[in-house]
Design a protein around this ligand. Structure first.
Ligand SMILES: [Fe+2]
Ligand SMILES: [Fe+2]
Length: 253
């Protein structure tokens, strides 16, 4: 493992320690659960169930990574992330109580998590898949959902969870920025190829599985499928996955 690789993670882990909160605290918050009727119970239950399963998948990723990474600061960040994701899963489940029953994990997302968890290469691949791409998408989705749910309690939960997720994203970027540039080109290209295929298959799968009838929304979703990878690639380039000249090699392969 790379010596002294992740000193930049020290402040992040301290921040994570200070930012811990308890799932049980939510019961004492004055905000009430009030979901808009127009959104439809079934849809709400489905979304909350998928958020719950997403937390569980991330938890599984953290546990796998802990066995693969021996940098002490990264270990500490992962310990706090495990506490965070456990808390998030609990909070979503509690919130779901009284709205509907937990629904099974969606098959498209199940396949994506399974593929991401099945990565057998260096830990950087898995961190990029979960802590950069999936957490990035989750933050984006939470922004959207906050606007749709318009529930005071969900808004407060959302704000807390977003803060934790932003830290996970920062951990992923900081870790990758320290370690990726030290990897040989062929390993970085392999990670790039795998991530790109994972992203494209999942985005297409989600797009096909949830047919949006509203034309305007459908166009926006199509744009997301087409440009989403470029957005993620930009961040991955920033943390050293590929340099400009190398991108073309990566794109061709
Ligand atoms: Fe989470
Ligand atoms: Fe997270």
């Amino acid at each position: 493992m790379m010596e002294n690789a992740c000193l930049s993670l020290a402040p992040l882990s301290l921040k994570a320690e200070r930012a811990q909160w308890r799932a049980a605290d939510v019961a004492d918050w004055p905000e009430k659960k009030a979901l808009p009727r127009w959104l439809g119970r079934k849809f709400q239950v489905q979304v909350l169930s998928q958020l719950y399963h997403g937390e569980r998948a991330t938890l599984a990723m953290c546990r796998q990574l802990k066995a693969k990474i021996d940098d002490p600061w990264a270990q500490r960040c992962l310990d706090f992330q495990i506490m965070d994701e456990e808390r998030h899963a609990r909070v979503y489940l509690d919130y779901l109580a009284g709205i509907g029953e937990l629904q099974p994990l969606d098959p498209v997302l199940a396949a994506a998590y399974e593929r991401a968890l099945g990565w057998s290469g260096r830990p950087e691949g898995m961190i990029a898949a979960f802590n950069v791409i999936l957490e990035g998408e989750a933050l984006f989705a939470l922004d959207y959902l906050g606007g749709w749910f318009r529930c005071p309690l969900f808004a407060r939960i959302n704000a807390r969870i977003r803060r934790d997720e932003a830290r996970h994203l920062a951990f992923g970027r900081a870790y990758l920025a320290e370690t990726l540039p030290q990897l040989p080109l062929d390993e970085r290209l392999e990670i790039h190829r795998w991530l790109k295929a994972l992203w494209q298959d999942t985005a297409e799968g989600v797009f096909r599985r949830f047919p949006v009838t509203n034309l305007f929304l459908r166009r926006r979703c199509r744009t997301w499928v087409e440009t989403g990878w470029q957005d993620h690639l930009k961040i991955l380039k920033d943390v050293g996955l590929l340099k400009d000249g190398e991108i073309h090699v990566g794109e061709r392969t």
